[in-house]
Structure formats: structure tokens, C-alpha cells
Design a protein around this ligand. Structure first.
Ligand SMILES: *[C@@H]1O[C@H](CO)[C@@H](O)[C@H](O)[C@H]1NC(C)=O
Ligand SMILES: *[C@@H]1O[C@H](CO)[C@@H](O)[C@H](O)[C@H]1NC(C)=O
Ligand SMILES: *[C@@H]1O[C@H](CO)[C@@H](O)[C@H](O)[C@H]1NC(C)=O
Length: 407
């Protein structure tokens, strides 16, 4: 090879290196920099009155078609928003960044809103982030009096604030949800979805304003959430598996619940729920598993409730297999939901009732392998020690037991 052709091939190699590093940089850049779809460019008006659902949908649609990372941006300001459905599949990863405040119409029965069942819905999306530090305000106060679910078993449910259906690889983070008309967040048919750093609040007497409901979903994490509402802080429903809840501060409300289960025929099993490092304050229940006394069979197994503080909780540890919130249940029936492998470990604090531990299982399907380890609950405000009640339970206890274990 002569000197000239040697130089030539060095030159080519050099150019190739330049080209490759340019490619690597631009790929890195396209990873780092999503394309922004600002709702203001799609006609949004932040005056708190004009409905923005069309503008938000236009921004979503264009973002969803973008072949790369896309970010729908809602800047600071107050936006009236009627029910919207943000539907995928999308071409690339989607971020929905709420910096402002979204308000639902307050008049629930009007505007067809009562039958909408959901206010903001994300559906069929793979790769989604919803965050931004903003607020979603369900403005539920006017519609709470319309809720007759306490007396009417076939009641119509009011809209959920934010509902995720068939969404995977998603993060919901840095959001505030207030005064939902019913549930704040509903997770259904989802996979690999994490909720972190959310604040959820509604008055303690607002009906069915659950914080987060999860059903038919797997690999769901909830962490660093502050939830205080008129119903369950978190409720894990049929068909859920690998649900991890940690660092949740719950109260006021009805506590962290698995169930209710066994209400409907053909319910899917619940498997693998971990609740740890959380605290419950002034709630009616702490950690609870509840099933209806029906013939509908399913299993609920693999639960760990660990490192949990109870602060003046009415029923800190409870399994209730005769769940019947509105009366009028068949007193002779028993639940066919088989509960097994439940560990309660390192649970301390105060109970506001004398019975701090209630494990009331089913005669037809007694609970199996229930474990109480290091329970240290005192009966708030009285000098007396609390008690525990067990029925139809197999299991054992270890370590400190206050109340004395009934296992
Ligand atoms: C959710 O959290 C788990 C555990 O921290 C993590 O392994 C998983 O990758 C997270 N998923 C998403 C979509 O962020
Ligand atoms: C438990 O929570 C505390 C405070 O919220 C935190 O500092 C700690 O890292 C958590 N531990 C685990 C194991 O999550
Ligand atoms: C149980 O809790 C009481 C206070 O409520 C505390 O004084 C006591 O040391 C605790 N016992 C154990 C074994 O942790």
C-alpha cells in the first residue's frame, strides 16, 4: 500500500468515526429531548370556565402520532375540562405533564357527566408518564349528595377522576388529586405501573372517594403517597397480583384494603400483595381483607403487612369474611374466598377500639397459614390492654404479642 492510499483509508476511517459519533449523539439527544405539544398551541384557554377537552385531545392525538418521545404539556393556570379519553396505542413514549390545575365540571348530574363513569381516561397506552406537579380537582362536593350507594346496591357510580385501562410501563408521579366525585385513581387491566409521590385528599365524610383502586392488574407499585379520603386509601380488587405498597401515609379514611372480594361470580384470584413501611392515622381500619359471604369461590393468597404504624385506628388488623356494609345479607351464608399465607409483622401503635386484631374467617373456607409476628398495639386512651378475636383461622404467632395472640 503506498502512502497516498494509506492516508486515504485513514481519512475514511476518521470520517466514519465522526459520522458514528454524530449518530450516537443524535440518538442520545432524541432520547433526552422529547417533542413538546403544548395545549396552548391547540386552543386551550386557562380561564377556569371554558371546556378544554377538544384542545387537550388535539394535542394528545398529534403527540401520540409522533415517532419518538412526546410530551403533552399543560402549563400553569386553571383549566375547565369535561370528560376526556386519551387513547393509544401511540408511536412513542408519552408524557402527560400537568403543571396547572384541571377542574371537572362541578354540576355532576348535568352535562351528561353523571353517566361518564370517568373524568380523565388513559387507555391502551404502552409507555406513559403522568406527572408535572399539578392538580386534578374533581369538584365532587355538589355530587356527593347524589351518591346513594350506601342504601342502593345497584347505585350508579360517579366518575373516577383518573382512570387507566390497559396501560403498561407507566409512571404516575408528582400529582395532587382533590375532591374526586368518586374514586380518585382507578387502575384496571394494567401492567408494570408505578404511582409515586401523589397526594390525594377528600373530606372524611365524602362517600366512596377511594384513593387508589387496583383490579385485574399486575406488577403495580404505590410508594410515597399521602392519602386521606372518605373511603379506602388503597383498595386491591380481584385479579390483582404483585402489588407493592410502601411509604403510604393514610388517613382519614377506611384504611388499606384487599377487597371486597366474592361479590361477583367468576372473580379472578388475588395473589402477592405487600404493604410495608406505611402509617395509618385515625382511620376506621388499618390493614384489612374483606370478602362477602357468598358461594362465589376464588383465592386470595400471599400477603405481607410489615413495618406499619397505627395511630388511633379503630380496627388495626382485620380479616372480615362476612363483609356486609349495608345490612340485608344472608346471615347463614359463608364466604368461599380462600384466604391463605398472610403475614403481619412489626405492627405497632394504638387502637381506638378494644379489639385491635380481628381475624374473622369463613366456616366453609377457614384461613390458612396466618402469621402474627411482633405486634405491639395498645388501646388508646385507656389503661387496658386490647384484645384479639379469631374464628376459623389456622396459623401461628411469634415475638411480642399485644394484644395476646388468638392464634
Ligand atoms: C416500577 O418500580 C419497580 C420497582 O421499583 C421497577 O422495577 C420498575 O421498573 C418500575 N416500572 C416503571 C414503569 O417505572
Ligand atoms: C421507610 O420509610 C422511611 C421514611 O418514610 C424511609 O426513610 C425508609 O427508607 C423506608 N424504608 C424502606 C425499607 O422502604
Ligand atoms: C410496645 O409499645 C410500647 C409503647 O406503646 C413501648 O413502651 C414498648 O417498649 C413496646 N414494646 C416492644 C417490645 O417494642
Amino acid at each position: 500500500m503506498d502512502q497516498g492510499s494509506l492516508l486515504f483509508s485513514f481519512g475514511r476511517a476518521f470520517l466514519l468515526i465522526i459520522f458514528l459519533s454524530y449518530m450516537v449523539c443524535s440518538i442520545a439527544e432524541s432520547r433526552a429531548k422529547p417533542k413538546v405539544f403544548n395545549v396552548m398551541d391547540y386552543g386551550a384557554i386557562a380561564n377556569g370556565k371554558t371546556d378544554n377537552s377538544k384542545a387537550f385531545l388535539r394535542a394528545w392525538r398529534e403527540a401520540c402520532e409522533w415517532e419518538g418521545k412526546a410530551r403533552v404539556l399543560i402549563p400553569q393556570g386553571t383549566y375547565m375540562l369535561y370528560p376526556v379519553e386519551f387513547i393509544g396505542p401511540c408511536e412513542g413514549h408519552m408524557a402527560f405533564v400537568i403543571r396547572g390545575t384541571l377542574k371537572a365540571p362541578s354540576e355532576a348530574a348535568q352535562a351528561g357527566f353523571y353517566s361518564a363513569e370517568k373524568w380523565i381516561n388513559f387507555r391502551n397506552v404502552k409507555g406513559l408518564g403522568v406527572g408535572g406537579g399539578g392538580t386534578v380537582d374533581g369538584q365532587g362536593a355538589a355530587s356527593w349528595p347524589l351518591n346513594d350507594c350506601g342504601t342502593n346496591a345497584n347505585c350508579q357510580t360517579l366518575p373516577t377522576t383518573m382512570r387507566f385501562d390497559f396501560v403498561s410501563n407507566a409512571r404516575i408521579h408528582h400529582l395532587k388529586s382533590i375532591d374526586s366525585k368518586s374514586t380518585h385513581f382507578t387502575i384496571f387491566g394494567c401492567e408494570n405501573l408505578n404511582i409515586t409521590k401523589v397526594q390525594i385528599s377528600a373530606p372524611s365524610d365524602s362517600p366512596n372517594t377511594d384513593g387508589i383502586k387496583i383490579g385485574t392488574s399486575r406488577h403495580v407499585g404505590i410508594s410515597r403517597a399521602t392519602i386521606g379520603t372518605g373511603d379506602d386509601c388503597v383498595s386491591v380488587l380481584p385479579g390483582s397480583s404483585d402489588i407493592r405498597i410502601s411509604e403510604v401515609v393514610c388517613g382519614p379514611g377506611h384504611g388499606i384494603s384487599v377487597g371486597s372480594l366474592g361479590k361477583y361470580v367468576d372473580e379472578k384470584d388475588v395473589r402477592g400483595v405487600i404493604v410495608r413501611n406505611s402509617s395509618l392515622r385515625e382511620t376506621s381500619n388499618g390493614v384489612r381483607i374483606k370478602t362477602w359471604a357468598t358461594d362465589y369461590a376464588s383465592t386470595a393468597s400471599g400477603f405481607l403487612f410489615e413495618d406499619i404504624v397505627m395511630d388511633n385506628v379503630l380496627n388495626p388488623i382485620t380479616i372480615d369474611q362476612n363483609y356486609c356494609p349495608h345490612g340485608a345479607c344472608n346471615q347463614k351464608a359463608s364466604s368461599h374466598v380462600q384466604i391463605s399465607n398472610v403475614v403481619y409483622k412489626n405492627i405497632w401503635g394504638t387502637s381506638s377500639s378494644e379489639v385491635a386484631v380481628t381475624l374473622q374467617c369463613s366456616e366453609s373456607a377457614p384461613c390458612n397459614n396466618i402469621v402474627l409476628g411482633n405486634i405491639n398495639l395498645s388501646y388508646h386512651g385507656s389503661g387496658r390492654a386490647p384484645s384479639s378475636h379469631c374464628s376459623h383461622v389456622n396459623g401461628f404467632s411469634f415475638g411480642k404479642q399485644s394484644p395476646p395472640s388468638c392464634l
